[in-house]
Design a protein around this ligand. Structure first.
Ligand code: PLP
Length: 370
């Protein structure tokens, strides 16, 4: 059986084994332990925020952030139609309503013109997603939010290290949420992190993620809260991964550059968008087929040749339990750009362990099939 080319395998090396072994040997296997503190401190410094708070995954990061800001029943939260479902689930878990806005062809992220049209008296927060590694148009989104006193939560699950004018994602909104699932730029197996420079909000998140326990008295729990803590074992893996984050980001960008080069001249395809002033960390190398051709069909044919891919996410508006949400585009109802991209986009193999020869093999297969 020939070896398959995986879509996003993590790179786990000796450093990861050393730190995790150390954590296991130390006996600090739950959420108290030095690796949690070190990982949080390193991630805050990297993000340019005063606080980084480790949690158990990206979805709980978003949920506890929304809850900490008081989002709940009666509120609306605006999210992009093209995202992973965790973005929407975090909102629904608070009891608030999801409002879906179309994405911008130029960024594949939330279209600020659609956000403007989606605002209502019940809008409480805007949650841009930095999709597949490129930041959303945060300058425009922050302007809309600040004019109306709305909170902005950045969903940075797919964009560790991406920047706008040198500022890292996760430092521009009131709070940012990251995922460390196994396919992410760095992984802790399952895991998440919140970044903020708002001291009060950081304290509230720390309180809520730990069963709402009083700092003054152990076992005095003063409100309904959560256990969303990250373990020291996960943080040991995370710290080892974090120490290589710059190299991982450089490799992600290198892989995308190899695809661009290897598929140069092939008509009817395009790759991840780039925008002036923004650093796209290319979490996934994305191929978009023009003229309504089906990415799923291409994915199936690549799979027959031993190449794993993923289709783009289904738009949230096409999921049964979200179909009733309000949907708004820049020009009218519905989210046509998200729908088109979803049908025509494919994530190519993008793991940091891939070599040039494997990317060449993928390019050869795509050339033959497109
Ligand atoms: C955009 C986006 N938001 C949220 C999440 C949720 O993160 P997790 O899987 O760690 O809960 C993910 C990824 O998994 C994601 O891609």
């Amino acid at each position: 059986m020939p070896v398959r080319i995986p879509v996003a395998a993590p790179v786990i090396g000796e450093r990861e084994i050393e730190y995790v072994t150390d954590a296991v040997r130390s006996g600090w296997v739950s959420s108290i332990g030095p690796y949690v503190d070190k990982f949080e401190a390193a991630f805050a410094a990297f993000s340019g925020t005063r606080h980084a708070i480790a949690v158990m995954n990206g979805t709980t990061a978003l949920h506890v952030a929304l809850h900490a800001m008081g989002v709940g029943p009666g509120h609306e939260v605006i999210i992009p139609d093209l995202t992973f479902v965790g973005t929407a689930h975090a909102v629904l878990q608070t009891g608030a309503e999801v409002v879906l806005v179309d994405v911008d062809e130029r960024t594949w992220c939330m279209d600020p013109r659609a956000v403007e049209r989606a605002l209502s008296p019940r809008t409480r927060a805007i949650m841009p997603v930095h999709l597949y590694g490129l930041p959303a148009d945060m300058n425009a989104i922050l302007e809309i939010a600040s004019a109306r006193g709305l909170d902005v939560i950045e969903d940075c699950a797919e964009a560790h290290g991406a920047t706008i004018d040198g500022r890292r994602v996760g430092s521009m909104g009131r709070i940012g949420a990251f995922s460390f699932y196994g396919n992410k730029i760095i992984t802790t197996g399952e895991g998440g992190m919140l970044t903020t420079s708002d001291d009060g909000l950081a304290a509230r998140v720390r309180f809520l993620k730990d069963h709402g326990m009083s700092k003054e008295r152990r076992y005095l729990h003063t409100e309904l809260a959560f256990n969303y803590r990250m373990t020291n074992l996960q943080a040991a893996l995370g710290l080892a991964q974090f120490e290589q984050i710059e190299a991982f980001i450089a490799k992600k960008r290198q892989i995308l550059a190899w695809y661009r080069e290897g598929l140069r001249g092939v008509p009817g395809i395009r790759f991840n968008p780039e925008q002036p002033g923004m650093l796209n960390v290319a979490w996934m190398s994305c191929l978009v087929l023009d003229a309504g051709r089906s990415a799923q069909e291409l994915g199936a044919k690549l799979s027959e040749r031993g190449i794993d891919t993923r289709p783009f996410f289904l738009p949230m508006s096409e999921l049964p339990h979200l179909a009733g949400c309000r949907k708004v585009s820049a020009n009218g109802p519905g989210c046509p750009v998200a729908g088109r991209l979803s049908r025509s986009g494919l994530n190519l193999p993008s793991g940091c362990g891939l070599q040039r020869a494997e990317i060449d093999q993928v390019c050869e297969a795509v050339r033959a099939l497109v």
